[in-house]
Design a protein around this ligand. Structure first.
Ligand code: CA
Length: 456
């Protein structure tokens, strides 16, 4: 049997609760839903360090941040490392990446393991963006999401049809600051987008970190985000609601352009007869707060930020309309793609192939807990932390004592899915906390990440 093509589409900061097939209350995404409804939707896909560059490094290398060296936004990826694209390329795949790279440029940080690369410098621009095509910089007229898709289609068109391909289509959207294209500029003008239940969170009953974070829609989104100053006299909840509408509408408008462009790629596969033998993935480098807890942005181990959308279509192998709730991680993507391509996963990779899950067979020893660590202390006021999440509980430790205190949070996700009240210190949860601490210690040892341990 011929090896499958892989079309990996990843956006930047697209939370699953803004995707139709995940039950979004705020928008529709008919083309992303073609992937999800035509294949499998993962409901518990989690990021191991919820911020752009570190997640990208983990995805391509199959390792946690402390192994691949990209712990924060200030770290560049050393492209001499082995990545899944290098291994696919060596096994005969044609490989390409188009769009956002965000792992550094020049030296050892240009993309490696790709026959063709054409990426945005740094964050890139929405309108008339500059690209670096195989080392050559070029400013191009147009809208970034369209241009990335144009280039993906062009690369597919010129490929060798006798060999399989792996194409990584990496959108800049919907990263802040949100700039819609002309086509979607007036979308949602006449309606109000529903507000999340926790938009007016007061950060009570948790550690110090939540209240300290400077991610608030009401206070921390500025006039450049809003495109204009708020009406005079607005304050408090009224101001929060006004800013939320401005923010979320632009966020959803740039997503509408992504969805249109996902449709263009899927149509191409259909027309060219490639849909049957192509694994198509849509995901995002992490989740995002869509006004949840009164926030925008990510970083925290809380659900909206931790959870990544992940839908995958592979006709004949993945059942249409299937849903999986096992815990899968961004470090699993590399081993999974290698597995699907029949390439052995190297021992240093820390993720595990979830190819059996795609076929509906979860191994009995599949993980029942995941390890998370956010290193970028006090950026946007978010304190560095690590923790463990099981199917029911989440234990978080904020490990730096300046400016915030070192402290724990424990959430019972069954009783408190919105994570509004930490039960750490509650005697009723003493055994749960002790058990989770031991499991967290074990996971840190397993992954070889034992810096900044807590004292007892
Ligand atoms: Ca991101």
């Amino acid at each position: 049997m011929s090896r499958p093509n892989i079309l990996y589409i990843m956006s930047d900061d697209h939370a699953s609760h803004a995707i139709g097939c995940y039950g979004s209350r705020i928008n529709q995404t008919p083309n992303i839903d073609r992937i999800g409804n035509g294949g499998m939707r993962f409901d518990n896909c989690f990021c191991t360090n919820s911020i752009c560059a570190p997640s990208r490094a983990s995805i391509i290398s199959g390792t946690y941040s402390h192994i691949n060296g990209v712990e924060t936004l200030n770290d560049n990826f050393d492209g001499r490392q082995t990545t899944y694209s290098k291994l696919l390329q060596a096994s005969g795949y044609q490989t390409a990446i188009v769009g956002k790279w965000h792992l550094g440029h020049g030296g050892n940080s240009d993309p490696t393991g790709f026959d063709y690369w054409n990426v945005l410098p740094g964050q890139g621009f929405y309108h008339n963006p500059e690209f670096i095509e195989m080392g050559v910089r070029k400013i191009r007229p147009g809208y970034v999401t369209d241009l990335i898709t144009d280039d993906c289609l062009q690369w597919l068109e010129q490929r060798d049809t006798e060999r399989p391909f792996c194409l990584m289509c990496h959108h800049k959207a919907p990263h802040r600051r949100w700039e819609p294209d002309d086509k979607h500029l007036r979308m949602y003008d006449d309606i109000d987008i529903p507000e999340p239940d926790t938009l007016f969170d007061d950060y009570a009953n948790r550690g110090a970190a939540a209240a300290a974070a400077t991610l608030r829609v009401e206070r921390d989104l500025d006039n450049m985000d809003m495109k204009e100053p708020p009406p005079p006299g607005l304050s408090g909840r009224e101001l929060t609601s006004w800013k939320y509408q401005r923010y979320i509408k632009d966020y959803l408008r740039v997503i509408a352009s992504i969805d249109d462009n996902v449709g263009r790629l899927l149509d191409y596969l259909d027309v060219e007869g490639l849909a049957e033998n192509t694994i198509v993935v849509y995901t995002s480098d992490q989740g995002f707060f869509l006004g949840d807890h009164g926030w925008y942005d990510k970083r925290f181990m809380y659900e909206e930020s931790l959870r990544m959308p992940f839908v995958v279509r592979y006709p004949g192998h993945v059942a249409e309309g299937s849903v999986n709730d096992d815990i899968v991680l961004n470090v699993d993507f590399a081993p999974t793609f290698l597995d699907c391509a029949g390439v052995k996963t190297p021992d240093f990779m820390q993720g595990r192939s979830f190819a059996p899950l795609l076929e509906g067979n979860t191994p009995g020893n599949w993980r029942d807990a995941m390890y998370y660590r956010y290193f970028m202390h006090n950026a946007h006021g978010v304190y560095a932390h690590y923790g463990i999440r099981t199917d029911r509980y989440k234990l978080i430790y904020y490990y730096m004592d300046d400016p915030g205190p070192r402290e724990w949070e424990l959430f019972d996700l069954r009783e408190d899915p919105a994570e509004l009240s930490s039960v750490y210190g509650d005697p009723a949860y003493a055994d749960v906390a002790a058990d989770l601490k031991q499991r967290l210690r074990d996971l840190r040892a397993y992954y070889g990440d034992e810096t900044d341990p807590w004292g007892d």
